[in-house]
Design a protein around this ligand. Structure first.
Ligand code: SF4
Length: 368
């Protein structure tokens, strides 16, 4: 069997796409801003999770100007729960650049698109092809899998040499007619038919051309070596009350979860008890001293490259004035006001224990 000829792929995929594409709120639009927002949200996130976030985001920030003029805090609050918050910060930064550099009109030239923060080759390709009808490839994880199977490629697709070859191959396949729909059809095929496990070859529009299927090796491709075990960190935080007010702090703008609010605390060091971690971290971050009391809860959370267990302790304020020493801002807030601030999912898990019943239950628990 010969390699799938490029000119035969697109017609099969487009016919299938026209009939079977999922109906999604960001499908069918040629608005570059809408395409951009959806593509950023869809990075490492399931479609079903993205849809309600996308609808809320577009209702609140319907244009790039609206997003550019918003406060970062409002953008992060709307993003809360979607994870990978660098995406939201870059979206906001890029919106301001579109206004400054391009007068509020989303650029159409590939080089201008890819120069914006948070936009890589894949996202630029998706925007250029979907919104501006340019015949450029968009190679995400789904498309990469489809290509490895269609062309029966046995190299590890994560290596830079294989990536280069895949991008070159992808570029030869994009048709001049309907390049945006073609790119979406490849992504859709990977997401719904040519799935990582048990690809549904019986319902695949390009099965007659697929080399991996012809050789019966589709389930063994792509060849991706097993990832190393994810590291785990132990973190201890304090719920510091002064009267009825709780102390929260804001992370510095750069880095993981930058600009989000959280409870003061941090990673446990060697030869330190969890209570000592809480007292040290709170002093370093905010300058106050606390009396560390009972442990309220321990919650687990997984990020993309590591996992954490957060031990949360009830603390009483003991002295000093809270200042942003190791953070961007500090605030004393009533528990009822917490909903106004953007918190990471792990911190929200701790807050779920703040309800009266769980707090009572926490009394008398081990103090770690
Ligand atoms: Fe994927 Fe099977 Fe279609 Fe080949 S025939 S592209 S392995 S779903």
């Amino acid at each position: 069997m010969k390699k799938p000829p490029p000119q035969q792929l697109a017609p099969l995929l487009l016919t299938w796409f026209d009939k079977h594409a999922r109906v999604l709120p960001f499908r069918g639009t040629r608005d570059a801003y809408a395409v951009w927002v959806s593509e950023i949200m869809l990075q490492q996130t399931q479609v079903a999770t993205v849809v309600p976030y996308y609808n809320r985001f577009m209702a609140r920030f319907p244009t790039v100007e609206k997003l550019a003029s918003a406060r970062l805090d409002s953008v992060l609050k709307l993003w809360q729960g979607l994870g990978y918050y660098t995406r939201a910060r870059n979206l906001h930064k890029a919106a301001r650049l579109v206004v400054e550099r391009h007068g509020g009109v989303f650029p159409s030239a590939f080089d201008d698109i890819v120069a914006l923060p948070g936009i890589g080759r894949y996202t630029a390709g998706a925007i250029a092809s979907i919104a501006f009808n340019q015949a450029v490839p968009a190679l995400d994880g789904n498309v990469m899998r489809v290509l490895c199977r269609l062309y029966c490629l046995h190299d590890n697709p994560k290596t830079s040499a294989a990536q280069k070859r895949l991008w070159q191959l992808a570029a030869t396949l994009v048709p001049a007619d309907r390049p945006g729909d073609y790119n979406q059809s490849m992504m859709e095929l990977g997401a719904t038919v040519c799935t990582p496990k048990s690809p549904d070859c019986g319902h695949c529009p390009v099965q007659p051309l697929c080399l991996a299927y012809a050789r019966g090796v589709q389930e063994t491709l792509p060849k991706i070596p097993k990832a190393a075990a994810t590291p785990h960190y132990t973190v201890a935080v304090g719920l510091v009350f002064m009267g009825e007010k709780l102390l929260i702090d804001k992370r510095k703008p750069e880095g993981l979860l930058g600009g989000m609010w959280e409870l003061p605390g941090g990673k446990k060091q060697k030869n330190e008890t969890l209570k000592q971690t809480v007292a040290r971290e709170i002093a370093e971050e905010t300058g106050i001293t606390v009396a560390v009391g009972k442990r309220l809860c321990a919650v687990r959370h997984a990020y993309s490259h590591f996992r954490i267990t957060i031990h949360a302790f009830c603390c009483d304020y003991a002295g000093g004035t809270a200042k942003p020493l190791g953070c961007a801002a500090v605030k004393w807030v009533a528990p009822t006001e917490l909903k106004k601030y953007a918190f990471p999912a792990a911190t929200k898990k701790v807050f779920s224990y703040l309800s009266q019943g769980k707090r009572k239950k926490a009394k008398g628990k081990s103090t770690g």
